[in-house]
Unconditional design. Structure first.
Length: 309
């Protein structure tokens, strides 16, 4: 059996670049954008991404990065020094062919079919960061308020909608990331970042499958339909349970209100009966006895209150 030679295990160039940079600059230093772009291109060109597709999250973050990742500009050929035999100028056709060869080309083999843009306000993101930090969630350190404010400032500066108005002929002009994909005829799907409803995810799935449905270890249509039916039945049951509980609470509240009214009526009836009994008992009293028992105490109490004032 013949063993594989060392040539079959040549190191990956981009990996060597990253290792060399870290050795030179240290682990705490930020890897340059050109190395990151090259690493992303290499990964998207790998077999699994080419055969199964990919989901690229959080990158590119601006128009410039998107252009560098998905557009390839061939390097200019090295010009040979003229010799005595090459004194004549190159034909115009050759110059045009050379210029066409240097024209930037969109790398359609790694360019995404679908682009989802998640919308959110800075206030909502800051609230989310506070909740993650409070819960001590995994990776919550990157949601540190100071870091978040810095990242939001950079992102908003590079992706503000007003940048659409910039001059396209200006080489130094900034444009939002969305413009790169729109320029390349890609329809963007916008979704609220905090919309975790089933309908939101279903709409995004329909958008991603608008051309064709991928069959890379995904669930079948029957399974998806069964899940959707199960979800809708659960939602219906939940709604009915909520309405039944609401009706039950209202009935209990009405019952308690009626009970309180009945109790109040009973108490008033007792007072009335007690008053009637007192009146009946006073029929056998003389005038003096009636005054001493019912009138004099009230007058005395009233005179005391007047004297206090």
């Amino acid at each position: 059996m013949e063993l594989d030679s060392d040539d079959d295990f040549k190191p990956i160039d981009i990996k060597e670049k990253v290792i060399d940079y870290i050795k030179k600059e240290g682990k705490e230093s930020r890897i340059p954008e050109d190395i990151i772009n090259e690493a992303v291109r290499w990964r998207l060109n790998s077999n699994d991404c080419q055969n199964r597709g990919y989901v690229l999250d959080g990158y590119p973050k601006n128009y410039r990065q998107a252009y560098k990742v998905f557009v390839h500009t061939p390097p200019a050929p090295v010009k040979k020094a003229p010799t005595g035999d090459d004194e004549d100028e190159a034909p115009a056709e050759e110059e045009e062919e050379a210029a066409a060869a240097l024209k930037p080309v969109l790398q359609t083999n790694i360019y995404p079919e679908s682009v989802v843009s998640l919308r959110s306000s800075d206030i909502m993101l800051k609230r989310r960061s506070r909740a993650l930090l409070k819960a001590n969630a995994k990776g919550a350190a990157k949601w540190d308020r100071e870091k978040l404010v810095q990242k939001l400032a950079v992102y908003n500066e590079e992706n503000d909608l007003s940048l659409f108005k910039n001059d396209q002929l200006d080489a130094d002009a900034l444009f939002p990331t969305q413009k790169f994909f729109q320029d390349n005829k890609t329809e963007l799907f916008e979704l609220d970042a905090f919309d975790d409803s089933y309908e939101g995810f279903e709409s995004m799935r329909i958008y991603a499958e608008r051309f064709s449905r991928p069959y890379n270890y995904l669930k079948s249509n029957n399974e998806l339909n069964a899940e959707r039916e199960t979800y809708l039945l659960a939602e219906e049951a939940k709604t009915k349970e909520s309405e039944a509980q609401k009706k039950k609470d209202e009935d209990e509240k009405l019952k308690a209100y009626k009970a309180s009214l009945e109790k109040l009526a009973d108490e008033r009836m007792k007072d009335v009966m007690a008053h009637m009994q007192e009146l009946e008992s006073s029929d056998g009293l003389t005038m003096r006895q009636f005054l001493m028992k019912y009138i004099i105490p009230v007058l005395a109490e009233g005179m005391i209150e007047v004297w206090k004032v």
